[in-house]
Design a protein around this ligand. Sequence first.
Ligand SMILES: Cc1cc2nc3c(=O)[nH]c(=O)nc-3n(C[C@H](O)[C@H](O)[C@H](O)COP(=O)(O)O)c2cc1C
Length: 256
Amino acid sequence: MIFYFSATGNSRFVAKVLADHCQDELVCLNDYLKNQSKGEFSSEKPYVLVAPVYAWKIPVRVQDFLAKAGFSGSRKWYVVVTMGGSSGAAASACQTLLEQRGMEFLGFQDIRMPDNFLIADRMLEKSQAIEKIRASLPLIRQTAERISKGEHLPSKEESAKDRLLSGMVNWGFNHFMSKICSFTVSEQCVRCGRCVQDCPTGNIRLTDTGISFGDQCMFCLGCINQCPTHAIDCKGKGAQNGRYTCPPDEEILSER
Ligand SMILES: Cc1cc2nc3c(=O)[nH]c(=O)nc-3n(C[C@H](O)[C@H](O)[C@H](O)COP(=O)(O)O)c2cc1C
């Protein structure tokens, strides 16, 4: 069973390639996270989690899913993350979490994908994004092959810097980021409701004049990246750095 969480489509794309190759069931966690239900899952094949890296760890809500949901059948787990540049010590954090639940950790693979963190970085144009994803396809397929054979994924060295990033820096990010960086909505909002529907924490509501945000933001930036009218922003960073969504599968996978 292949679980994925994805705000802008990269992790969904990777999970889909893995599922197609491994002929395994694909389970989207976005609505599951929104409802915060405990969930009971059963699979005889190893479980696979695919998620983005947020501040050098998997998102807190996805960690909660691993810690709380019920998993019967297989005790084996793989973790595959998508990232813009570095996963820090996310691998050992996932291993610890799963082993605390008595699971067997079969390894971790980080996959370079286009960055969607528009607060700090310039977003790639669509053609550049397609090139970047295509460059990662051999590793995605190799990972799928290893998973389908039940092999361990290669282990990853973690430096002191990695541990600092996934430790203190991640803690700071989780505690302060959504407080420091509040989102704004311009008059371009047409109240289409897409952000309300897509927000993985159910944090956005329609109001008489537009939308409003609650206090449950997990800072996935899905709303800013995907707003059809570019009405949502954070300190003007979307206007400055552009917005990102993963290009359609067919365009990535089409023959050149
Ligand atoms: C809040 C946030 C934090 C991020 N932190 C990291 C990071 O620490 N390292 C990294 O390489 N990429 C980081 N990224 C980039 C994403 O991990 C990357 O673009 C990912 O593929 C997005 O996956 P998705 O499209 O499935 O949501 C971050 C993105 C966001 C929104």
